[in-house]
Write a protein of this length. Structure first.
Length: 184
């Protein structure tokens, strides 16, 4: 039986790349195609499962190489975070209605992570579904210690979910909330 292949396919088969180099080339092609067709890449380290590549941690390193290194990744992260985020733009906001901006950050290259500080605008509100269904200003609830610990946790989680969609999926850098507070 004969198989007819192109010259480029023949060269690819005869090149002496390691498995890791071949896998890296495959990822680069996937990401470049996504970039060419949509203008952005939706980073997902689980993509390694689709081609049965086991060292999933290496995928982030490949992605770093694809984007041009840590400095380029963090630069893009800053660009994506340089705006006011509004929870009303997201379906999963769970009764919260507030805007926030990133005011400070600490970056950790070895963990592909940045910790952010984000003040919440003072007119932010929440509708308390499990209690009375009333809408309250967040700044008023901040004084209620019994309730605030849960609200603070939910706010942090919501901010991290938004930043996952807006930053992590596009850069591969995990963003976690260091501090958040209600601006006066």
């Amino acid at each position: 039986m004969k198989i007819i292949i192109t010259e480029s396919q023949y060269k690819y088969l005869n090149e002496s790349y390691s498995e890791e180099e071949r896998v890296k080339k495959v990822f680069f092609k996937i990401w470049q195609n996504e970039l060419d067709s949509t203008g952005e890449i939706d980073f997902d380290p689980k993509i390694a499962n689709y081609i049965n590549y086991k060292p999933i941690g290496r995928v982030r390193e490949f992605y770093t190489d694809f984007l041009g290194g840590w400095d380029k990744m963090i630069e893009k992260t800053y660009q994506l975070m340089d705006r006011t985020f509004d929870t009303m733009d997201y379906d999963f906001r769970g009764g919260y209605d507030f805007k926030f901006r990133i005011k400070g950050h600490s970056d950790y290259e070895e963990d592909y992570m940045t910790l952010v500080d984000c003040p919440i605008e003072s007119d932010g509100k929440v509708t308390l579904i499990m209690t009375n269904g009333e809408t309250h200003l967040l700044k008023d609830l901040e004084e209620n210690e019994d309730l605030w610990w849960e609200i603070d946790s939910e706010i942090r989680s919501l901010i991290e979910d938004i930043l996952y969609i807006e930053v992590t999926k596009k850069t591969g850098i995990n963003v976690e909330v260091n501090m958040c507070w209600i601006e006066e």
